[in-house]
Design a protein around this ligand. Structure first.
Ligand SMILES: [Zn+2]
Length: 282
């Protein structure tokens, strides 16, 4: 045998052995589960349960508006190559529901949540109540186990620890908002229906359906603010605050920012509870 043939054959054997033993991996494939979540709070739930067994990508960038968001082609590729795609459900991600998810493992985190309907359409803002969030965390845990059964115990322990935190948050909100029961709080965009339901408050939104408010609506909000001695209108950073500013200056109250999509879910929700209470004056 010619020496070159010999080393060539050795190289072939070596490469074959490396492939069999798994030394040569697919280029961009990490050994963690690739999970894509649509919004920051869901991404956080996945990290809380998945720990270092998962690599999480959140599609919605900070400041983007989830109802009308359009993912880029690169983001859609990321979704396609994910091991698991976590969506909030309840009609939030209509922009992604259009896209064919054949062969993709999808978890609809709204499964089992008692939805609030407005004119026949579900209100998608379910993550903004820790009691609904708990169900979302359970759905995420179940899906992670389906994709990665070996991690079952790890996922279940993490789930239990995080649910403990959510229950602590629920406890905090219950006591913080107890004296606000039956009271009205005013927001620009109606994101807090689930929180209002779970803690016995009444949410009044400037926005009417998907439309800008007309003069009648504006008059009604001004009167509501004055009659109920509302201290502040709560506005979301991703919406134009102009209308809220007009109403606030006419009604003589403040404008305060509240963010339903911020990271650090537990602390953000505590802060949101404080802001809502303060806006009512309790
Ligand atoms: Zn919203």
């Amino acid at each position: 045998m010619h020496p070159i043939d010999k080393s060539c054959a050795a190289a072939v054997v070596l490469v074959t052995m490396m492939i069999i033993s798994g030394c040569i991996e697919q280029p961009s494939k990490s050994d963690k589960l690739l999970v894509v979540a649509t919004i920051q709070p869901l991404g956080e739930f996945v990290r809380a349960v998945g720990g270092d067994r998962v690599d999480v990508t959140v599609l919605l960038p900070p400041g983007a508006e989830p109802h009308t968001f359009e993912p880029t082609p690169a983001q859609m590729k990321r979704v396609e190559s994910a091991d698991l795609y976590v969506k909030n459900g309840a009609g939030l991600e209509l922009w992604l529901d259009r896209f064919s998810s054949e062969g993709l493992k999808v978890v609809d985190a709204s499964e089992g949540v008692e939805l609030i309907y407005l004119n026949g359409t579900p209100d998608p803002h379910i993550w903004l109540s820790p009691r609904s969030a708990e169900i979302q965390v359970e759905n995420i845990c179940r899906a992670l186990i389906e994709v990665d059964p070996e991690g079952r115990e790890f996922y279940e322990n993490n789930r239990d620890a995080y649910i403990k935190e959510l229950r602590g948050l629920d406890e905090y909100l219950r006591s913080r908002l107890a004296s606000a029961e039956g009271r009205i709080f005013v927001v620009d965009h109606p994101a807090w229906s689930y929180l209002a339901r779970d803690y016995g408050l009444v949410q009044v939104a400037i926005e009417e359906g998907e439309r800008e408010p007309g003069p009648r609506r504006i008059g009604y909000i001004v009167k509501t603010v004055k009659d109920n001695d509302i201290k502040a209108i709560l506005v979301e950073p991703e919406f134009n605050p102009k209308m809220a500013e007009v109403i606030a200056s006419e009604a003589g109250c403040q404008i305060v920012e509240i963010d339903p999509l911020a990271g650090d879910y537990i602390n953000n929700m505590r802060a949101a509870g404080d802001l809502i209470a303060e806006s009512i004056g309790v």
